[in-house]
Write a protein that binds this ligand. Structure first.
Ligand code: ATP
Ligand code: MG
Ligand code: MG
Length: 376
């Protein structure tokens, strides 16, 4: 079989390699941490992501190159394009690694984002905040994740501290109107070079301290909203000429409808539920798309709740799931554990996830509640 090279060796690369190995592909990851999650199940080149010599070695060992994070160095991307086959191209990376470029591309695809303004000075921030009202959200254009690089400005008095904190980041800033959403949703779409597009069912996402905690599927919103969310993702996949996966994060308010928050051009944490609950997983679908195979059927087979296992949850989760689970049997629930093989379990580090399959999302949520594990 062909060899797929992956920029990045974290859990997304690991799960991609596990799915793709079962399909007959070989994998090699580039990651600076020895024995990275993906390196444990595939070959690994141990070097920095922006090490051009290492990227050249990756290109020589792989038939197809993909990535598992969007902050790929532009020089490395250009080198890979010249020396290997990168079906996703570099434009999608260029667009999605910068919030302003991303918002403009989403709007150009005919999809709505929260009102925003580019901020280049404290004066511009004051002006934009006055027009959006409070709260509003100041974000760095590049490099943010898990809520890092943003500040919810709750009043006049926080304008200057927010500016002082974020203008240090040496990137452009964006101010967004605060959307009073009822639900956060995400849809993952796949598009192949032959132009085929499939979307996974919309997930309802619950964050705790800006880190994804639960993905609930089916999402508890009207079916028409689920369909509309899927249509927005298709429009974005087409408009941005996506190859592979695109994850589309959205806000939904019953009063005002859907707004897109941000994109990720790769497998996404909110799509991990597909591993056990869909006929095709997001990882298999990504491999199919970049290898130009016919896309798989994304149909949902069962209600499911994905719950993340952070470092602080790791010990109780492993203890709980290694014992016979009467509560699970009583509720007819199947918890399916996926660990990423990371050594250091820092309290907020993503160590794994559990896909809780059940007859209803309420049963799955009740089991999660029963365990008491995620209450801390
Ligand atoms: P991720 O880890 O998903 O990449 P991130 O750091 O890139 O996160 P965002 O997704 O932009 O950040 O924001 C994190 C969370 O903060 C959102 O999921 C949402 O709950 C909240 N949030 C962000 N922007 C807004 C907004 N304009 N209105 C309301 N809530 C917001
Ligand atoms: Mg983000
Ligand atoms: Mg986000």
């Amino acid at each position: 079989g062909a060899t797929i090279g992956v920029l990045g060796g974290g859990q997304l690369g690991r799960m991609m390699a596990l799915a793709g190995s079962a399909m007959g592909y070989r994998f090699v990851a580039l990651d600076p941490t020895p024995d990275a999650p993906c390196g444990q199940v595939a070959g690994q080149i141990v070097a920095a992501y922006d090490d051009v010599k290492a990227a050249r070695e990756l290109a020589s060992r792989a038939d197809v190159i993909t990535y598992e994070f969007e902050n790929v160095d532009a020089g490395v991307a250009a080198m890979l394009m010249a020396e290997s086959y990168v079906p996703q191209g570099s434009r999608l990376l260029y667009t999605t690694q910068h919030r302003l470029r991303e918002k403009r591309a989403i709007e150009a695809a005919g999809v709505r984002v929260a009102p925003y303004a580019e901020i280049r000075s404290l004066g511009e921030l004051r002006e934009a905040a006055a027009s959006f009202g409070f709260p509003c959200v100041l974000k760095t254009a590049t490099g943010g994740y898990d809520g890092k690089g943003q500040w919810v400005i709750r009043g006049e008095a926080e304008i200057e501290p927010a500016w002082d904190a974020l203008s240090k980041a040496r990137t452009e800033l964006v101010l967004e109107q605060f959307i009073r959403f009822d639900k956060e949703l995400s849809v993952i779409a796949a598009r192949s070079p032959r132009g085929e597009i499939r979307t996974f069912p919309a997930a309802e996402n619950v964050h705790v301290e800006n880190i994804l905690h639960l993905s609930i599927v089916p999402a508890r919103v009207p079916e028409a909203v689920q369909r509309e969310a899927e249509q927005l993702a298709v429009r974005i996949a087409e408009g941005l000429d996506v190859i592979g996966l695109i994850a589309v994060e959205m806000f939904w308010s019953a009063e005002h409808g859907l707004y897109v928050n941000e994109l990720a051009p790769r497998p996404h944490n909110s799509g991990h539920y597909t591993m056990d609950a869909c006929r095709t997983s997001q990882f298999e679908q990504h491999v199919r798309a970049i290898c130009n195979l016919p896309l798989g059927d994304p149909a949902l087979l069962t209600p499911v709740v994905m719950v993340n296992v952070l470092g602080k949850h790791l010990e109780p989760v492993v203890a709980r799931l290694s014992q016979p689970d009467e509560a699970a049997a009583k509720r007819n629930v199947k918890p399916s554990l996926h660990l990423y093989g990371k050594r250091e379990a820092a309290p907020k580090r993503k160590m794994g996830h559990v896909n809780v399959l059940a007859s209803s999302v309420d049963d799955a949520l009740a089991w999660i509640d029963d365990t008491n594990i995620w209450k801390v």
